[in-house]
Structure formats: C-alpha cells, structure tokens
Design a protein. Structure first.
Length: 164
C-alpha cells in the first residue's frame, strides 16, 4: 500500500485549507498518481507551534507506477503549484504532502525517508490512516494503527477532530 498524507493550515488564492487539499487530490492524476481511497478530513492543532493556524489533515491510498523518488519530485511540484514556500521548518503552509509509506519499502536517503520518520508521533496522521486501512502495519515497528493509537495521550487524540 502506498499512502500520502495531506495537511494545510493557510488558505491559497480563494481556497480554504480543505479546498487546497481537495484541489491537490485532483492534481495527482496529472502526475500519474491515482487515488484508490480517501480518508475523512480532520482538524488539528499546528505542530509543534500550537499558536499557528489550525491544520486540515487527510490521507489517501494511491496507485502509481512512479518510483518513490519520482513520486516525491511530483508531490513537490504539486505543493509548489499551491503556493508552498519552505522558509522555516514546521512553519504554516498552504499544502504539505508526505509519503507515509510505499508498500513495505524502507528508504533512508538525504532527500527521502519512508516510512515517514515521525509518523508514530502524529495522531493527526494516524487517524486518517486508520480510515484507509486498520490492518496496515508499520514496516519498521511492526505495529498496527490501533496499537499506535492506544499509545497516544488521550488529550492529544481529542485535539484531532473529524470534519463532517
């Protein structure tokens, strides 16, 4: 399974943060990336600076013939198309797309880390991921999504809210 996580906490042009992500979904097909399943949308506090605007988060499972590195290059193009500027680490952004997993591959390059190295610390990624496939196992920690979710602080989980 190949999974991308999306986040946005700044509007772009006339789009809300949720609309940024929905428009990015549409852009994927132009890069030979097909969505198989979409998670619900969630709202979460910014990480690590909770005083930044709230994030809209989601995840999708995808099918693509692209290599992991080519997938990364294409999602960086999509982020740029939506006004993404990389100024400071963890600063507010119009669009953030992360490769959460790429089948069972483990990649640790200077420019690409799969699975995402901080995945296990982020309930705002795990809750959308659980919408896609509860049986998914982390290829390094060999834990299921529910095993990770049980380890999160309950208050941290409550701060991630499903958007209906």
């Amino acid at each position: 399974m190949k999974i991308l996580a999306f986040g946005s906490n700044l509007p772009f042009e006339n789009n809300s943060t949720k609309e940024n992500i929905e428009s990015a979904y549409e852009a994927l097909s132009q890069f030979n990336i097909n969505i198989l399943k979409k998670s619900f949308f969630y709202q979460s506090e910014a990480y690590p600076n909770k005083s930044d605007p709230l994030f809209c988060n989601s995840a999708v499972s995808i099918d693509t013939n692209l290599s992991p590195h080519d997938l990364l290059l294409n999602i960086l193009k999509i982020e740029k198309r939506f006004g993404r500027e990389r100024k400071e680490k963890n600063s507010p952004r119009t669009l953030d797309i992360d490769i959460i997993c790429f089948d069972d591959l483990i990649i640790n390059d200077d420019d690409l880390n799969i699975p995402h190295p901080n995945l296990h610390k982020r309930p705002f990624v795990f809750l959308p991921l659980r919408d896609l496939d509860k049986s998914w196992k982390h290829p390094i920690f060999l834990k299921t999504i529910d095993e990770f979710v049980k380890e999160f602080d309950p208050n941290e989980l409550k701060s991630v809210k499903k958007i209906l």
